[in-house]
Write a protein that binds this ligand. Structure first.
Ligand SMILES: Cc1ncc(COP(=O)(O)O)c(C=O)c1O
Length: 462
């Protein structure tokens, strides 16, 4: 694998950064992480922390999970942050490990997910969409939608936002800061903070505020402050992190996706993996087995990992991630990080990244505003290199078509982000045997995208 990783490195980085040096700094980092974890646990209770360590060691966990405990997925992930942030992240990691095993927290979360978020979400048989993809012999796959669009506030983002807001409260923080692209994470965070009586500031790029104006209103209505940042989601994320660093004592950075330094990717994945757990149970009830293919769109990866994680050990379940090809991969205006990116470090972790020859981060483009991020979660980079998941991409135009198709066939308006996963069915369905069970993660609802759709309608019809 080392050689494939080396060949994937940005050519500039590969020359400048020898592997020996990277490995040395990673091992220094690991020492620092474990020191910080121990220090944070000492604040809580030393014996509790030791018991927890022992319990985790004794659990039967496979090699992948073992690496993950150190915040690494193969070479990806880690904690590439300034010294000042290390102890803070250590405290967060310790708190996260505690709540995972805290029966009271888990019971409160289960109630919030049921009564506030509205889980479980249905696994819906999309009959007309299934018929649409049948061939001339009347054969084709059976298509189901995992209805994350039915969650409170209209997307999967709430699964994570409510859980992390509960952690912030437990840690005694009064203020939450977050960055949002499409606004769905902003709305979910603002709502969770209202419920838990936390102050909330949402950072949003100026371009995104314009495109997703309805969500800006909702965030304000929910009592949060919206801070405009010049640019898009990546710029808003940088600014939110900067604000957090300036006020570490009082504030909690509520990350909305599986990127950032450890423990952020593992934490968000954990809170989103309820999507896959429910899917397994519902598939068993419906057809007495597992899905054959699971499809999800990829912005940074939280809805994809949320549905994939449960099935990574089931080799017979295909995991299909769909990235945004924007105007096409050759146009340079896309967000297909796994298809065209190189390994680099961004927002505190190592992963695939859209960057130029000199390692400068490139802007990403997609009609799905929530897909416009130049990076991707480290665990997805690992799934790409190991071949466990497959990754494809669809253009803006294909996503717009799928947005319209699902609206007209099923009366379900998908988020433009989710429309990318649906658009890939055009290529996938003709290759599948009759009655293959396909589950598409419908990650959110698309009311927010209706103005954007009509603005682009002439392109679609051209
Ligand atoms: C509905 C919806 N789906 C998908 C995404 C992409 O994010 P992720 O890849 O983390 O699921 C977003 C991001 O805002 C979103 O709002």
């Amino acid at each position: 694998m080392a050689s494939s990783i080396k060949s994937n490195l940005n050519p500039f980085l590969a020359n400048k950064l020898s592997f020996t040096r990277t490995e040395r700094s990673i091992s220094c980092m690991k020492r620092a992480v474990s020191n910080n974890l121990a220090a944070a646990c000492a604040v809580k209770s030393r014996s509790k922390a030791l018991n927890m360590e022992r319990a985790l060691r004794e659990r039967k966990i496979d090699g992948v999970e073992r690496r993950e405990r150190r915040g690494k997925f193969g070479i990806y992930g880690g904690k590439f942050v300034p010294e000042t942030l290390m102890s803070c992240l250590g405290q967060l990691e310790a708190e996260f490990n505690l709540v995972l095993h805290d029966a009271k927290f888990q019971a409160e979360l289960a109630i919030a997910l049921r009564d506030y978020v509205g889980r479980e979400t249905p696994l819906y048989f999309a009959e007309r969409l299934t018929n649409y993809y049948k061939n001339e012999n009347g054969e084709g796959p059976d298509i189901y939608l995992k209805r994350e669009d039915l969650n409170h506030c209209g997307a999967h983002k709430m699964n994570n936002a409510i859980a992390q807001a509960m952690i912030a409260k437990r840690m005694g923080q009064q203020m939450v800061v977050a960055a949002t692209g499409a606004g769905q994470h902003g709305v979910a965070t603002a709502a969770a903070c209202a419920k838990l009586s936390l102050e909330c500031t949402i950072f949003m790029g100026s371009e995104d505020m314009e495109k997703q104006a309805s969500n800006v209103f909702l965030i304000k209505l929910l009592g949060a402050q919206v801070t405009q940042v010049e640019g898009s989601f990546k710029d808003a994320s940088s600014e939110a992190i900067r604000q957090w660093v300036n006020n570490l004592e009082r504030s909690y950075y509520l990350t909305g996706t599986v990127v950032g330094p450890h423990p952020c990717p593992s934490m968000v994945r954990e809170f989103q993996s309820i999507i896959g757990r429910e899917t397994r149970k519902q598939a068993m009830e419906r057809w007495g087995g597992r899905p054959d293919v699971v499809v999800a769109c990829i912005g940074s990866g939280s809805n994809a990992l949320g549905i994939f994680h449960e099935f990574t050990g089931d080799e017979d379940v295909r995991l299909v991630g769909v990235e945004a090809a924007g105007f096409g991969l050759d146009s340079g205006r896309h967000a297909a990080t796994l298809a065209t990116g190189h390994v680099g470090v961004y927002h505190g972790a190592m992963s695939y990244l859209l960057q130029d020859q000199e390692g400068q981060v490139l802007g990403a483009h997609s009609i799905g505003v929530g897909l416009q991020y130049p990076g991707v979660g480290p665990e997805l980079s690992f799934l790409k290199d190991t071949g466990r998941a497959e990754f494809y991409n669809v253009t803006d135009k294909e996503a717009l078509s799928a947005y319209q198709l699902l609206s007209r066939l099923e009366g379900i308006i998908p988020a433009m982000e989710a429309a990318h996963a649906l658009a890939y069915l055009d290529k996938l369905c003709p290759t599948l045997p009759n009655s293959t069970k396909v589950v598409v993660n419908c990650s959110g609802r698309g009311d927010k995208d209706a103005p954007l759709f009509f603005q682009h309608l002439p392109t679609l019809n051209a």
